[in-house]
Structure formats: C-alpha cells, structure tokens
Design a protein around this ligand. Structure first.
Ligand code: KG4
Ligand code: ZN
Length: 342
C-alpha cells in the first residue's frame, strides 16, 4: 500500500510517524514539557505556537530516519478531533498542504480511536473486546465490536484519571505532567497510609469519578508537613485508590459483557501500578489485556498511522473540508465521520 506519514498535534506534544504495512519506520516526537512547566499545565496558545515552530523540522527528521523521500509517500494522516483546536489546526493544515502538493490521499483520524487501537501496533487482539482509554482528557470504556464499531459503556463523570494524577502532583508541588512523578514517588510510599473512599456513582456501575479523590488529597496535604516521605505516602495512597477504581470498572464490565479481553491505552497506561494490577487480574481472573509500550501510550503519531492505514485499506479518504474539532464523541456508526469511501 505504500508509506503513510502521520501527524499528531491534539495537545502539547507534536509527533510524526512514517508507517508502512504494520511497521513503524520512524517516530519523532517533539515534547513541549519544558515550555509549559513554568505554568503548571498546558497553555493552549503556547502549544500551537510551538507546534508551528517545530512541525517542519520534525517531519523532515521523521522522513530522514525512515530513509523515505516525500515522493514515496502514499498518504498523509493527521488527528482532526478531539483536542485543542489551535494545536490540531497546525498538524491538520500541514497534512492538507502535503496531501494537495503531493496529490496523495488525506486521512483525518479521531484521537480516541487512535488511542483505543494503539495496542494493535504490537499485539493482535481479537474483537469483540473491551477498550479503555486512560489519558489526561479521557477515562472512557468502550466495547469494541470491531474496528469502526464502538459502543461507549462508561466514563468519568468529572475529572479524567490523568487530570487527577496531574492535579494531585501539582498540589504537592511536583512538576507538570505529574502522573510520572506520582508513579515514581509511590514506589517509596505506603499505599495504606491515607484512606481514600471509592466514589459511588448512582445507577451506573460503569461510570467513575475522580474529583473527590483530588479534594481528599488536598485536605490531607494541607495538614501535612511538606516533606518527601509525606509526598510519597500521599502519592502511593492516591494512586492505590485511583487504580482500584479502574480495576473495579474492568471487573464490572467483564461481568456485564462477558468479554474476557481488554485493550488499555492512553498516557496513564504507562503507570507501573496499573500494569501490575492488570497482570494480577490476568493471573487471578483470566482477563487478557493488551497494552502498548510506553512510547505508544502517551500521545504519538504511530497510533494515528495505524488507524489511517486501516481506513485507507478499506478504501476511505477524507475531504479537504474536514475541520479541527475540540469535541467529538467516538460513538457507534460515526467513527468514519472524517472519511468518505472512494
Ligand atoms: O495520552 P496522553 O499523552 O495525552 C492525552 O491525550 O491526554 O496522556 C497524558 C496523561 C497526563 O495526565 C500524564 O500525567 C499521564 O498521562 N501519565 C501518567 C504516567 N505517564 C503519563 N499517569 C500516571 N502514571 C504514569 N506513569
Ligand atoms: Zn491522547
């Protein structure tokens, strides 16, 4: 089918991948962590300006690392939704320009579909299966009937899990993004030191909530001496509950759907405590899990390329009318919204 150049700019990281028939030939990601760190979170205006400054050189680097000439490209793909509109526009417009000038198909990719299917870059799960996206903006559980056919089973009713990790880290004075810091600090902490109660969501067993955990952490922290052991104990206790909520969500989804396989993705899928929990679930309850390597968990263009490759193979392409969208649900029957059959 030829080589695909994929671009991901839904949030703060800019990532470019060259992909061919199931193989990632190169993956170059320009991180913006340092640009946003002084603000303790992502500043959308800075994110899009940084994308503009780095996109050309990152594309050139990805092509060089894959030993690929522009003329060898068969298609170009970019994230079109959901995310920060200013950031998405940079990647999407770059992709449109490349597609027009090289006269090759354009494919708009849904960011959540890309996360959801990212385990397929390294594994071959069978569908139907459960799919769980755990990121800075999403805590969404789907039933994946097949690629293209998704059904939302449950989601957070307030903060996303990654957002909760970041907020708890921030209140303890840790740098942004806080998830990896909580993960690391927790290894020296006591997960039973502070009690976090499981939020109960009325009438819906597959929804979860994280804002109460963040408030509880805030209340504990303001009465503690701000030293490293207290940080580690609070981090470990928070993480223990945050991951136990996911464990319960998975167990209830398995009980409800009788599906024994789950694809787990998104930045929080890097978390070592979560990965241990999944291993224990598999050993004790026989629930098979598929999880990407950390480089494919956080935002990356390889997962965008995987989805684009699939749609291209099915004969889809996108029109130049596709626009960046801040919000767009990945609901049944609408997944190919950006793409039209040719
Ligand atoms: O998927 P992602 O890169 O971007 C979004 O689409 O949101 O996820 C970023 C989130 C951040 O909240 C970050 O703190 C979290 O993933 N994260 C982690 C870990 N690594 C990244 N959370 C917990 N443990 C980690 N090791
Ligand atoms: Zn993401």
């Amino acid at each position: 089918m030829g080589k695909i150049l994929a671009i991901e700019t839904s949030c703060d990281d800019l990532s470019v991948c060259i992909y061919e028939n199931g193989q990632v030939l190169s993956l170059c990601t320009a991180s913006q962590v340092q640009a946003h760190q002084p603000y303790g979170g992502i500043v959308p205006e800075i994110a899009s300006r940084e994308h503009l400054a780095t996109i050309s050189q990152t594309v050139t680097l990805a092509l060089a690392q894959a030993c690929c000439q522009m003329s060898e490209l068969a298609a170009v793909a970019a994230t079109y939704a959901p995310g920060l509109v200013g950031s998405i526009l940079v990647g999407l417009n770059f992709a449109k320009a490349l597609s027009l000038s090289l006269n090759i198909p354009l494919l708009g990719v849904h960011h959540i579909e890309a996360h959801l299917l990212s385990p397929c870059l390294e594994h071959s799960p069978q569908f139907p299966a459960l799919g769980l996206v755990l990121s800075g903006g999403h805590t969404h559980l789907y039933q994946i009937n097949s690629i293209e056919k998704y059904q939302l089973l449950g989601h957070t009713v307030d903060d996303a899990i990654g957002e909760a990790f970041d907020k708890v880290a921030k209140l303890m004075g840790l740098p942004y993004p806080g998830g990896p810091w909580i993960d690391k600090l927790s290894q020296k902490g006591n997960p039973k030191k502070f009690v976090f109660t499981h939020p109960q969501i009325k009438d819906h067993s597959l929804h979860v909530s994280y804002s109460g955990l963040k408030t509880a952490a805030q209340n504990y922290w303001k009465n503690l001496e701000p030293n490293e052991q207290n940080q580690a104990d609070l981090a470990a206790s928070f993480q223990h509950c945050a991951i136990a909520i996911i464990q319960k969500m998975i167990e209830q989804a398995v009980a409800k759907t009788h599906l024994q396989q789950i694809l787990v993705s998104g930045g929080v899928a890097c978390n070592s405590y979560l990965r241990n929990m999944l291993q224990v679930l598999m050993e004790q309850k026989g629930i098979r899990y598929f999880i990407p390597s950390p480089k494919y968990c956080t935002d990356n263009a390889a997962m965008v390329a995987y989805v684009a490759h699939y749609y291209l193979k099915q004969g889809y392409t996108s029109s130049y009318d596709i626009d960046a969208m801040a919000n767009k649900n990945l609901t049944d029957g609408e997944t190919a919204f950006a793409n039209i059959k040719i």
